[in-house]
Ligand binder design. Structure first.
Ligand SMILES: [Zn+2]
Ligand SMILES: [Zn+2]
Ligand SMILES: [Zn+2]
Length: 805
């Protein structure tokens, strides 16, 4: 492969980028466009603003710093009568604007009726909620046209009250007068309600016996939490389990009952001020916490934090959200301290939405149930975000974001077939393309339990019904054992199997509206390589009509397959066996060897020698596991990605540019010219460092830096200017930030995820993009290529795979 020198290699100037902002809400006829114009002029940012039925669209170009300032101010300084229901921002390549234009209103707007996400309670309603003179004083279901439930109560379109779960509540005269008055803030507010006519709270014990109703129920629940009880709260999109976050005893009891050993718990704080006291908070993070989307944000804690150690053991960050429903506001105002607010489910099961089901499924966990009689139409978990390089990065896309459409490059025309993508196995989401827009579902979860699988099927039926779309083509992962893949094959539709890491790359490309060619760096725990091995450390060159695997990590065996995913010691033994052979099992100074009993060593040795149940992998996620095991950090995981997370935790405050050697060699073993990143020198250096007593944080930093250098070196060999960073490994902020900096220094243009998760939650979007790419040359929209619903499926015969075959 020719080595190419890119122009401008060296220190890169601040790069000009384009920021696109989509603002939905009451932003028409309130002076929003002139406001945007003035702000852009003040910051000297060229671009344009336009007003459509789908919202206000803004594009501006400038340095990242100026764009960041624009984005903060557009949210903070909006015109007084404007109410923002949703604001989505995405950074794209510059288009070369000169001057700033207010474009004429576009009457077309978005083609499909938009279902808005649930919106955090607005300042006006909040004022009324705490005003003793207001008729909705302390009413936990207060809302208006600018806030309140949407996605979680809609049962059908159009969005009218009879099509929501509010239909059972007949409006009282006062509410009706507001609903019908065009000058009222509640004009046509579909979920409008008040204490006279709307939903009511009740507090139940474990047997479903009523203890209190109305405000007394809420106050009693607060008393119980204060006393250390576990309260199950029927929230917006499902149940949450609440305990006092200051009480280690309550937190440990919740862990025991929820079968959640170590995975961090999310917290809800009563105020931004208290969050600031406990965590370091950037302007972007503060804005994100207070946004209408109100996600859980991973924040760096100040030490010592004033919450129980069992909340997030060993983790320098806390996942924190602010109250977003009136019910949460009332409860948090009564409590005045942070609480655990974790999803109401057993580990790996979907969140519970119905109060009677909650008694059964959460009965063993919760002491009390704070419930209400407004049905939840569908589950919607809390979203999770972190800020990377001053931009939000969604790790779980659900409440506040789903089901807003994501633009797909080359999206089909209105007469195109309907596409369904069923995602992967972990962190599953699905996506539906209809009328030229891609709707990515809310987070569903790992498809491991029967309830999770049922939730998955429910969401598919739900999306089809909401958008009145019957899929013609179903895209899925290429892994034959994924339940999502098996579901796709059962549909009888035409099935397109998409290689896992290719889907990751396409998902990130779709976010950035990038066309080929790009180099995709697709790193995660594991995905089916379609060549009998497990992939996970891939460099994929995306070409006009497919992809080519240009580089990967040297492979190593995983004795026990899936068991090796849960036990880093097994991955370590597998890798070390390829270096040391039988001698390994006598190396008692190695933590992963000591972590195995003599019998276990014997079993592992047999598996490795005979190759029984021992797949080979090129996974960076597993390499993280190996290093964590060598450092004695973790030999067994209680949740996915735990060892890698703990290696990242170690980095807090470590500053070093040192890296181990991670050479790229050419592997001709299978006749291809695949480049390989050889981990052996790196592993040998880590073994030396461990023996010499080098502090673990320093080893972790050197390991991370080697990966960054490995990406830079592979990018130089591939010679593509645009490099896309995707896959679960890029949830790691250190890895992402360092890689972006390093690639920029070398003159490359790096891209990373923003609104769609880098983890498997983003696969469905990538699968959609794969189908559109594969079919584009033949003309998407040719119905004759699709067999009828009941016809035979061609599972496995479609492409969207590697050119290498
Ligand atoms: Zn409101
Ligand atoms: Zn009323
Ligand atoms: Zn993946």
């Amino acid at each position: 492969m020719p080595e190419i020198i890119l122009a401008g290699a060296g220190v890169s100037p601040p790069e000009v980028q384009r920021l696109r902002v989509t603002v939905r809400g009451a932003v028409q006829g309130v002076g929003y466009r002139p406001f945007v114009y003035r702000l852009a002029a003040e910051l000297a940012l060229p671009g344009w603003v336009s007003n459509t039925a789908g919202g206000v669209f803004i594009e501006v170009e400038g340095t990242p710093q100026r764009l960041g300032e624009f984005l903060l101010r557009v949210q903070q300084e909006r015109p007084p009568r404007a109410a923002v229901h949703s604001l989505e921002a995405v950074y794209l390549d510059p288009a070369g604007f000169t001057g700033f234009a207010i474009r004429e209103s576009d009457a077309g707007g978005e083609k499909t009726v938009l279902i808005l996400p649930d919106i955090a309670v607005c300042p006006d309603c909040l004022r009324e909620l705490f005003d003793p003179a207001d008729r909705r004083f302390r009413y936990p279901f207060i809302n208006c046209t600018n806030c309140g439930p949407r996605f979680s109560i809609i049962e059908a379109l159009p969005y009218d009250r009879p099509n929501t779960t509010m239909r059972r509540f007949a409006l009282c005269d006062d509410c009706r007068a507001e609903y019908e008055d065009p000058r009222d803030r509640r004009f046509h507010a579909q979920p409008i309600a008040c204490p006279v006519c709307g939903p009511r709270l009740a507090l139940w014990d474990r047997d479903g016996r009523g203890r209190e109703v109305g405000d007394a129920a809420l106050r009693q629940a607060a008393v119980a939490i204060r006393a250390g009880a576990i309260v199950a709260l029927k929230g917006l999109g499902g149940f949450q389990l609440l305990v006092d976050a200051r009480s280690e005893e309550a937190v440990q009891r919740l862990r025991r009952l929820k079968h959640r050993e170590e995975k961090p718990f999310a917290l809800m704080y009563p105020s931004l001020e208290l969050v600031r006291d406990h965590c370091r908070l950037s302007a972007v993070e503060a804005q994100l916490l207070q946004s209408p989307e109100a996600p859980i944000v991973l924040l760096r804690r100040r030490t010592p934090a004033a919450v129980a150690p069992g909340i997030a053991p060993g983790n320098p960050r806390l996942g924190i959200m602010l109250p977003y429903t009136p019910l949460h506001h009332l409860l948090m105002a009564d409590l005045g301290f942070p609480i655990v607010a974790t999803s109401g489910n057993l580990a790996e099961e979907p969140i519970v939405t119905d109060e009677h089901e909650a008694l059964v499924r959460l009965g063993g966990m919760a002491d009390l149930f704070l419930v209400h009689d407004r049905p939840i139409a569908r589950h919607v978990d809390d979203s999770v975000a972190r800020v990377v390089l001053d931009r939000p990065l969604l790790l779980r896309r659900a409440r506040g974001y789903a089901p807003l459409p994501v633009p797909v490059p080359g999206a089909p025309l209105e007469d195109a077939p309907v596409l369904l993508a069923v995602g992967g196995h972990l962190k599953n989401t699905i996506a539906l393309v209809t009328n030229g827009q891609a709707f990515v579902s809310q987070h569903i979860g790992t498809l491991e339990t029967q309830p999770a699988l049922e939730a998955f099927e429910r969401v598919i039926v739900d999306f089809g019904r909401l958008y009145e779309a019957r899929p013609d083509v179903v895209a899925c992962d290429a892994h034959p054992d994924y339940l999502s893949t098996q579901f796709a094959e059962r549909t009888g539709r035409r099935v397109v199997k998409v290689q896992h890491h290719y889907a990751h790359v396409l998902s990130c490309m779709a976010e950035h509206e990038l066309a080929a060619p790009v180099l995709g760096v697709s790193w995660d725990g594991s995905g089916d390589g379609m060549d009998g091995t497990v992939w996970g450390g891939e460099f994929l060159q995306v070409t006009r009509d497919g992809f080519r695997r240009v580089a990967s990590f040297r492979r190593f065996p995983l004795p026990g397959g899936e068991q090796a995913v849960q036990q880093p010691r097994r991955a370590a033994v597998g890798l070390l066996f390829t270096i040391f052979g039988d001698a390994l099992f006598a190396m008692e100074e190695l933590a992963p060897v000591v972590a195995c009993s003599p019998t276990e060593r014997q079993v592992l040795r047999q598996m490795l020698v005979r190759g029984v149940n021992t797949p080979w992998c090129s996974s960076v996620g597993r390499l993280f596991d190996v290093v964590a095991a060598l450092l004695g950090l973790r030999q067994r995981c209680s949740f996915e990605g735990q060892a890698a997370m703990e290696l990242e935790f170690l980095l807090d405050g470590v500053g070093t540019a040192d890296a181990y050697d991670l050479p790229i060699v050419e592997d001709r073993s299978d006749g291809s010219a695949l480049l390989q990143l050889d981990w052996e020198p790196l592993i040998r250096a880590i073994l030396r460092d461990v023996r010499d007593g080098t502090p673990a944080p320093l080893i972790s930093a050197r390991f991370h830096n080697s990966l960054v250098e490995g990406i830079a070196a592979a990018a130089r060999r591939a010679g593509e200017e645009r490099v896309v960073l995707t896959g679960g490994c890029f949830q790691n902020a250190y890895l992402t930030e360092r890689t972006v900096e390093r690639l920029r220094q070398e003159g490359f243009r790096p891209y990373w995820h923003q609104r769609v998760p880098p983890n498997d939650g983003g696969l469905a979007l990538g699968q959609i993009a794969a189908v559109l790419r594969a079919e584009a040359p033949r003309g998407v929209g040719v119905h004759s290529t699709c067999p009828p619903f009941d016809g035979p499926s061609n599972a496995g015969h479609m492409e969207a795979t590697s050119e290498e075959g």
